[in-house]
Ligand binder design. Structure first.
Ligand SMILES: Nc1ncnc2c1ncn2[C@@H]1O[C@H](COP(=O)(O)OP(=O)(O)OP(=O)(O)O)[C@@H](O)[C@H]1O
Ligand SMILES: [Mg+2]
Length: 288
C-alpha cells in the first residue's frame, strides 16, 4: 500500500444491549464519512457477524478477526479491501470480517496462557494505525471477550441507542463499562457521543424519555450533552440498503435518513476536531 500516512482515530462502537443500531450506525457513518473523502476500516468483532453480513462479505472460509486477534495472521492480511471482486464493499470502506471461529476465542486463550486477553488488539492497531482515517471496532452485545480489548485500544467510544423499554438500563451499563475501561485499562479513552437511532416520528414517549435520560446522564466535563444533536429516524430505507449490502448513501442517496447520516458524520468530525484542539491546548498527549 503506497499511500499517505493518515492520522487514524480508533472508535469502539458499543452498547451491551443487542439490536440497538451499533452495526448499522458503524456502516452508515463510515459511508457518510466516505463521501467526505475519509477512508475507514470496520473490524467486525461480533461472532454473529452483523457487519460482515450487512456488507455481503463471507462469514466462513476467509481470514477473519479471529486471526487478527490471535496474531495468527498479520493484521493487514485480514483486511478485505475495495479491490476484492468477490466482495463489492462500499467505496472507501474496508472490512475485517468476523467468523464463527470467534466462538473459540475463550478456548484459544485458555490454551495460550501467555496471551493477555485485554491486550489482543494492541499489536493489530499498531500495525494498522496510519492507514485509515477511522478504524471502527464493531463490538458485540454483552461484555464479551472482544469488547474488552476494543475498549483498551480505542481513542473514543461511541454508544448507540434505540428507544425501547431497556434502553436506559443498557446505556447505564455501557457508561459504567467505559468508566471501568478508563480506570483499569485505557486512561485516554473518552466517550465521543451517543447516537440515538431508529427514532419514530413523531417521537413516542419512550423516545422522549430516552433523549431526556441521555441529555441528563451523558455529559462531558463542562456539562455539555454528549448526545449527538442529529438523531437518526426510523425508516425501512435503512433495512433496504442493508439487504442490498450497501450504504444508504449508495442505495438511496437522496433519502432524508441519508442526509441525517451526512449531518451526523459532519457533527462527528466537528466534535473530534474540537476534542483534538482541546487536548492540544491543555498539553495532553493524544493516544499514540
Ligand atoms: N434507523 C433505522 N430505521 C429502521 N431500522 C433500523 C434503523 N437502524 C437500525 N435498524 C434495524 O435495527 C436492527 C438492529 O440494528 P443493528 O444490527 O445495527 O444493531 P446492533 O446493535 O448492531 O445489533 P447486535 O447487538 O445484534 O449486533 C436491524 O434490523 C437494523 O436494520
Ligand atoms: Mg451488531
Amino acid at each position: 500500500m503506497n499511500e499517505r500516512i493518515r492520522n487514524t482515530t480508533v472508535i469502539a462502537v458499543g452498547n451491551q444491549k443487542g439490536g440497538v443500531g451499533k452495526t448499522t450506525n458503524t456502516i452508515q457513518i463510515a459511508g457518510a464519512l466516505a463521501e467526505r473523502g475519509r477512508k475507514s476500516l470496520i473490524i467486525d468483532l461480533d461472532m454473529t457477524s452483523g457487519a460482515t453480513k450487512a456488507l455481503r462479505a463471507p462469514t466462513d472460509g476467509w481470514i477473519s478477526s479471529f486471526e487478527l486477534l490471535t496474531g495468527a495472521e498479520n493484521a493487514e492480511d485480514t483486511i478485505i479491501t475495495n479491490d476484492e471482486p468477490e466482495v463489492p464493499l462500499p467505496p472507501n470502506i474496508h472490512l475485517v470480517p468476523s467468523s464463527r471461529k470467534l466462538a473459540e476465542l475463550d478456548t484459544f486463550l485458555a490454551q495460550n496462557p501467555w496471551l493477555i486477553h485485554q491486550d489482543l488488539l494492541i499489536e493489530p492497531m499498531n500495525q494498522l494505525r496510519g492507514r485509515y482515517d477511522y478504524i471502527f471496532l464493531d463490538t458485540p452485545p454483552q461484555k464479551t471477550k472482544t469488547t474488552i480489548p476494543a475498549l483498551k485500544v480505542a481513542d473514543y467510544a461511541v454508544l448507540s441507542a434505540m428507544p425501547d423499554h431497556l434502553a436506559v438500563s443498557a446505556l447505564a451499563e455501557a457508561l459504567s463499562d467505559i468508566a471501568a475501561a478508563q480506570r483499569h485499562a485505557n486512561a485516554q479513552l473518552s466517550l465521543l457521543g451517543v447516537i440515538l437511532c431508529a427514532v419514530p416520528r413523531p417521537k413516542t414517549r419512550l423516545a422522549r424519555e430516552l433523549v431526556a435520560y441521555v441529555e441528563r446522564t451523558c455529559v462531558d466535563a463542562d456539562g455539555q450533552s454528549l448526545k449527538f444533536a442529529t438523531e437518526i429516524s426510523r425508516s425501512v430505507a435503512v433495512q433496504e440498503a442493508q439487504k442490498a449490502g450497501q450504504t444508504l448513501m449508495q442505495h438511496q442517496g437522496d433519502h432524508p435518513v441519508a442526509d441525517e447520516y451526512r449531518a451526523l458524520a459532519k457533527e462527528f468530525e466537528e466534535r473530534l476536531n474540537a476534542r483534538r484542539e482541546s487536548l492540544a491546548t491543555t498539553g495532553e498527549v493524544a493516544h499514540a
